[in-house]
Design a protein around this ligand. Structure first.
Ligand code: GLY
Ligand code: MN
Ligand code: MN
Length: 462
């Protein structure tokens, strides 16, 4: 946990950004896995962690915007809980650590909110993402579950985004710890990528590294020789020479800050000529966009720079043809690069995505594109110092998409389909790093993870 001052200041800053009323931040409850008492590992809600810091189930926080008071609602444990879970600090003892002096049993929350509503006060809440909290909000506010999302406070969403999107030095230090764990996960994955190994042996080993060094993985590990499936969670393939293996994996620290790194390596440790050619294009897109990242530049511009770099690289190897600007304007590159360049990262690996991507990545200046590919860009707006985000270009050969576009006669001026046919067994390549925008430019967070062809071959051979 950070010092109590950090949480008090965050709540005060939120108060200053809001007009009036109460802000209700529900923490998470335990979530059942396959029967009620067998639960997933507890994960606290990220907004509760941000403003109230306590990593404990069944709490709610209230920030009174008009009265300069904060409350935590939660129950002290009884003897049954102590027998099963060991001794626990009281709610009051925990609340003091995050600068909150007013605590009440959870049952008092409904009455507290009811009396505020009766006085005509506004209750601001964020969009929930778990069923339990939908039901809780219905009980507390009398709003039917179906109406909860549309009644979430846009004023609160915008205020929270404006705070959480700027990472302070303590948060950056946590994220660097998460990248340090990812370093161990990814170099281990590289060294294990030998023919005959089954993907799950590697996925399981590196998930264990995350658990041993910090917390759980920050999202289910993507590890596959079929990297052309962007979020491939199937880990049953046996590795064979000639295939590229994508590992997209990150860790949470004990304080729940995330990392999100992707590396792609040739099974067996040596790139063949074709793999190297495509790899160098993706690496070029990764390096060029990192170099260009600085305050004031729109992330949309970085995305388009990646698109142009990929299109011109693919043209050089004969997979695309025509004028690069025309290719990118038409969206033809998206057959190979059908996703966005990246997203904000922090307490959530896709930071604050639960509010709605457009509140986080777009604003009045940037409207989401409707073009296939660019439409999936999660972050378009201009960068500011303190932003932490991912840069993750990729090239994929997706047989179903190739077949569909070819059949539709799509972009035949730009795509050399005959040559593309010969790459249908290639798979995919993605290279992802975590970037901090500084006052003057940017910094790639954490200890550098092998990325060039030479660095990867050296690591895999060691
Ligand atoms: N972890 C999925 C992604 O890279 O965004
Ligand atoms: Mn990733
Ligand atoms: Mn990512």
């Amino acid at each position: 946990m950070f010092t109590s001052k950090v949480y008090t200041e965050r709540r005060n800053r939120l108060r200053n950004k809001m007009q009036s009323g109460l802000v209700l931040i529900l923490g998470n409850t335990e979530a059942s896995y396959n029967y009620p008492a067998n639960t997933y590992h507890f994960r606290q809600d990220s907004d509760f962690l941000y403003f109230f810091g306590l990593d404990h189930p069944d709490f709610a926080g209230v920030i009174d915007i008009d009265e300069n008071k904060d409350y935590i609602f939660g129950n002290d444990v009884d003897i049954d809980d102590i027998i099963w879970m060991g001794p626990q600090p009281t709610v009051k003892e925990q609340a003091v650590k995050v600068g909150v002096n007013d605590t009440e049993p959870f049952a008092g929350l409904a009455e507290f909110l009811k009396s505020a509503i009766a006085k005509g006060r506004n209750i601001h809440f964020l969009p929930p993402y778990r069923g339990e909290n939908y039901i809780q909000l219905e009980k507390l506010l009398g709003t039917p579950v179906a109406k909860i999302k549309e009644n979430a406070s846009v004023e609160l969403i915008k205020a929270v985004v404006s705070l959480r999107e700027i990472k302070d030095e303590f948060e950056i230090a946590e994220i660097e710890k998460a990248v340090a764990i990812a370093y161990e996960m990814h170099t281990t994955s590289m060294k294990m990528a030998k023919p005959g190994v089954v993907e799950r042996e590697i996925a399981g080993t590196i998930e264990g590294i995350s658990l041993a060094m910090g917390g759980p993985v920050s999202f289910p590990i993507i590890l596959s020789v079929h990297g052309e499936t962007l979020h491939n969670h199937y880990h049953g393939n046996t590795l064979e020479v000639g295939r590229m293996m994508v590992t997209d994996a990150g860790a949470e620290t004990t304080m729940h800050y995330a990392s999100d790194i992707t590396r792609t390596v040739p099974v067996g440790g040596k790139f063949n000529q074709r793999q190297k050619e495509i790899y160098e294009i993706v690496l070029d897109a990764n390096l060029k966009t990192i170099e260009a990242a600085k305050p004031g530049i729109p992330n949309l511009e970085l995305h388009m720079l990646a698109a142009r770099t990929i299109a011109s690289g693919l043209k050089e190897v004969g997979l695309m043809k025509g004028n690069i600007d025309d290719i990118v304007k038409a969206g033809a590159h998206a057959m190979f690069f059908p996703h966005g360049l990246g997203h904000m990262m922090g307490l959530d690996v896709h930071d604050m995505e639960g509010f709605g991507e457009d509140y986080v990545g777009y604003n009045d200046e940037f409207k989401r594109s409707s073009q296939f590919g660019t439409a999936f860009l999660r972050l378009a707006k201009r960068h500011k110092p303190g932003y932490v985000f991912t840069i993750e270009p990729g090239i994929y050969f997706i047989p179903a998409l190739i077949d569909m576009w070819r059949k539709e006669g799509k972009f035949t001026d730009f795509i050399n389909y005959d040559k593309v046919e010969t790459y249908k067994d290639f798979g995919g390549i993605r290279i992802e790093d975590d970037i901090l925008i500084t006052e003057t430019g940017n910094r790639v967070l954490g200890k550098p993870i092998p990325k060039t062809v030479a660095e990867i071959e050296e690591t895999m051979g060691s």
